[in-house]
Ligand binder design. Structure first.
Ligand SMILES: [Zn+2]
Ligand SMILES: [Zn+2]
Length: 134
């Protein structure tokens, strides 16, 4: 698990600073330290880390999967550029368990919004497409 430990370290370091890396980005980061590593090895290690419950995988339709540290937090997702931001909402596991009637292992909350950059871009585009009054 030489690569596995390094991959876990890369994910923990990047996600602690709010960055959610794709397998490809993790591969590039790992390659700096281990030039002989191949992408398939990264995928294999990511899968086994995920199966062991050591990392989280964030799947969004239309975007590559991103990997995250396995601590309880939720995400704010930009519906336009797919940007992920960490959110620390109160844990509702107990309420969910009460509603479904059996123990759950966890949940993944994604709140959709338009990030400030996309909102600004959209406003600029709207301003451009608007006839200028005359
Ligand atoms: Zn955005
Ligand atoms: Zn996160």
């Amino acid at each position: 698990m030489r690569y596995g430990e390094k991959i876990l370290e890369i994910i923990c370091t990047s996600s602690a600073s709010g960055v959610h890396m794709t397998a490809e980005q993790i591969f590039l980061a790992l390659k700096k330290e281990c030039p002989s590593v191949v992408l398939a090895t990264v995928y294999n290690n990511l899968n086994s880390l995920y199966q062991q419950g050591k990392i989280r995988k964030i799947s969004l339709e239309g975007w590559p999967d991103r990997y995250d540290r396995n601590t309880r937090h939720d995400h704010l997702v930009c519906r336009c550029c797919g940007k992920l931001s960490d959110l620390y909402l109160s844990d509702i596991t107990a309420q969910l368990e009460q509603q479904v009637g059996f123990p759950i292992e966890g949940y993944d909350l994604k709140l959709q919004y338009l990030c400030p950059e996309c909102r600004a871009k959209q406003a600029a585009e709207e301003a451009l497409s608007e006839p200028d009054g005359s």
